[in-house]
Write a new protein. Structure first.
Length: 244
C-alpha cells in the first residue's frame, strides 16, 4: 500500500473525531478510546489535542462528568448521568477562544459475560503446569462446556467480566458484582431441581449436589444477576455444563 493511500485511510478513520473551528484556524481532536461514546460509572480515557498548539496553552471544560488529567492530552472522564450528553469544549488560553466542542452519548456499560470461578487464582507469572488439574479444567471451560465430574468441586462460584478487548477503552477495569444465581439440574425422572445462591458463591446445598451428580448430566447456571459500577442490575446469559 503506498503512502498516499495509507494517509487517506488514516484521515478517514480520524475524521469523526476532528473538529474544525469556525475560523478554520485550528484542527481539534477529541477522541474517546471507546470511539464516539462514553460509558457511565467508570473512567473513560479521552485524548484531546489541537494541531500546532502546546497542551499547556489549552483549557478543556466538561459537562456531566468528573475528570482528571492523566498525561499530555489525555483525560480520565467519568460521566455522571446516563441519558445525558457529556459535552467537551476546548479553548486556547492566549486568545480566550473556543476552538472545538463535541457532545458524546453516555451509555450503560456493555453487558459482561458470566464465568465459573475457582479459588485458585492465576496471574501472568503462573505456569500452566502449576495449576491443579481440577482448577485448570474449570478455567479452560469457564464459560461452559464439558467438565470432568472430579473437577466440579473446584467451582467456587460465578464471576462476570467484559471481553478482553474492551479494557483498552477504560482507565480502570470495570467491576461487576454477582448478586445471585441459580443452578438448574434436569433429573433422569424428568423433574427439575433448582438451587439458589444469594451471592456470587455456590452454597453448601449446591456443593452437595455437585458431589452426587452423574456423568452425562447436563445442568445450567441461570438467572445470573449482576450489578456494575454504573449501578444497573442486569441478567447474564446462562452457562451450560455437561458432566463427563
Amino acid at each position: 500500500m503506498n503512502t498516499k493511500r495509507l494517509g487517506i485511510i488514516i484521515f478517514a478513520i480520524m475524521l469523526p473525531f476532528m473538529i474544525w473551528a469556525n475560523e478554520e484556524t485550528y484542527v481539534v481532536k477529541i477522541a474517546p478510546r471507546g470511539m464516539n461514546k462514553l460509558f457511565a460509572g467508570i473512567y473513560n480515557v479521552v485524548d484531546i489535542s489541537v494541531a500546532g498548539v502546546p497542551q499547556s496553552d489549552l483549557k478543556v471544560a466538561f459537562t456531566n462528568a468528573m475528570t482528571q488529567k492523566i498525561g499530555e492530552g489525555s483525560f480520565r472522564v467519568k460521566p455522571i448521568k446516563m441519558g445525558q450528553e457529556c459535552v467537551i469544549t476546548v479553548f486556547v488560553k492566549d486568545v480566550e477562544q473556543e476552538v472545538g466542542v463535541q457532545s458524546f452519548r453516555v451509555l450503560a456499560l456493555p453487558l459482561p459475560e458470566a464465568y465459573l470461578d475457582t479459588e485458585y487464582k492465576v496471574d501472568s507469572l503462573t505456569k500452566i503446569s502449576d495449576i491443579p488439574k481440577a482448577n485448570l479444567d474449570i478455567r479452560n471451560n469457564a464459560d461452559g462446556g464439558k467438565i470432568n465430574k472430579e473437577s466440579l468441586l473446584a467451582i467456587k462460584g460465578i464471576t462476570a467480566k467484559l471481553a478482553t478487548y474492551m479494557y483498552d477503552i477504560f482507565d480502570t477495569e470495570p467491576r461487576f458484582q454477582v448478586l445471585e444465581f441459580n443452578m438448574k439440574f434436569f433429573e433422569k425422572n424428568g423433574e427439575v431441581t433448582v438451587l439458589h445462591s444469594a451471592s456470587s458463591e455456590i452454597t453448601d446445598q449446591m456443593r452437595e449436589k455437585l458431589k452426587n451428580v452423574g456423568k452425562g448430566t447436563t445442568f445450567y447456571v441461570t438467572d445470573i444477576m449482576v450489578q456494575s459500577s454504573d449501578r444497573l442490575r442486569r441478567k447474564l446469559r446462562p452457562i451450560e455444563i455437561i458432566v463427563k
